[in-house]
Design a protein around this ligand. Sequence first.
Ligand SMILES: Cc1ncc(COP(=O)(O)O)c(C=O)c1O
Length: 342
Amino acid sequence: MVDPKDIDFYSLGFNFIETKTMFMANHKNGKWDDGELMPFGSFEISPASCVLNYGQGIFEGMKALKAKNGEITLFRPEKNAKRFNLGAKRMLLPEYDVDKFISAIKSVVKENKDYIPPYDSGGALYIRPILFGYGPVLGVHSADEFKLIIFTVPVGPYFPEGFKGINLEISKEYIRAAPGGTGSAKTICNYAGTMLPAKESKLRGFSQILYLDAVHNEYIEEVGAANFFAMINGKLATPRKSGTILEGITRESVLEIASKKLGLEVEERNISYKELYEETCTEMFCSGTAAVITPIASISLEGKSRIFNNREPGEVATKIYELLTGIQRLDIEDDFGWITKV
Ligand SMILES: Cc1ncc(COP(=O)(O)O)c(C=O)c1O
C-alpha cells in the first residue's frame, strides 16, 4: 500500500497505485459467500486456473469523484452492475446481485477515501471490479469456483493529453471484435488482442486505434477503450449497438445529454470511415469512464490524414464535457438522477 500522503494527486496519470483495501467474494458449490473487505494484496491461484488458461474473466471500470463540498459520488453504478452481469452470462460466470455489487463498491470506496483525488485536481478514484474462473480446469469449459474482487486506484486523465485532441489511426489491419464473438462483453479477452495494435500505433505517433467492423472493414466500431462520436451533417452520430462494441455507460449518457440538454439530433447508425473525411463531418470525440470526453484532433488511414478544428476541442465535445463532468462532480443539477452518493 502506498501512503496517500506520498501521492501527488495533481500529477496522476492512468497507472496502477496500490491502495489500502479491496473486497473479495468467493463462489463455491453453486453460491456466493458474503464477501469481505481485506487489505489489498496477492492471493494464491492454481496454474490450472480457468482464467489463466482460457481467459474466463470480466471486469468493470467506474469512478468515485469528490465534489466541491467534499461529497463522494458514483456515476450510474447500477448500469455497471447490470453490464457486469451481462458479461458474466456470456462468459459463463455466476452473476452477482446488483444491490450487493453497489454496496460492495461503496464500502471499498469508503475504506479507500483518503485516495480519492481532491476536487480541483480533476482526478478520480478508479474502481475496478473483476470476476473470473478461479478453479482449475484442463478441458475448455467453465471453472467451478469463481472470485469477485473490487480494488481501487487513484487516477488522472486516461490520455496524457487531457482535454486536448488525440490523434487516432484507423486500422484496416486489425479488428477488435466480430459478430457472434464477445465484443459487447467487458471480457479480459477483448483487451489482450488490442495491446499489440495499440503499441504499434503508438510507435507511429498515434494515441490509439479507431477500429472498423470485421465484416465490411468499413464501419467505425470504437476506439481501443472508448466509444466514438462524430458530428455529421449537424447531427451527433455514434456507431449503433451491433453486439461488437462495448455499450458504454458514458456513450448512453452522452446521447441523452446531447438530445435533452443540447437539443441535438442524435443517431445510432453505421458510420463509414469515409464519412469522416468529408466536409460534412465537422467534429469527433470519444467517450468512456476513463477517457471521459476526449476530443479527436486528427484521424489517419494509410497516410491519409485529416485534422479537425485546428486541433482545438470542438464545440459539441466541449459542451458535453462540461455538462457531464459538471453533473458527475455536483457542480450542475443532476436532472437525470444519475448520481449515487457514497
Ligand atoms: C472497449 C471499450 N469501449 C468503450 C468503453 C466506454 O464504456 P463506459 O462509458 O461504460 O466506460 C470502454 C470502457 O471504458 C471500453 O473498454
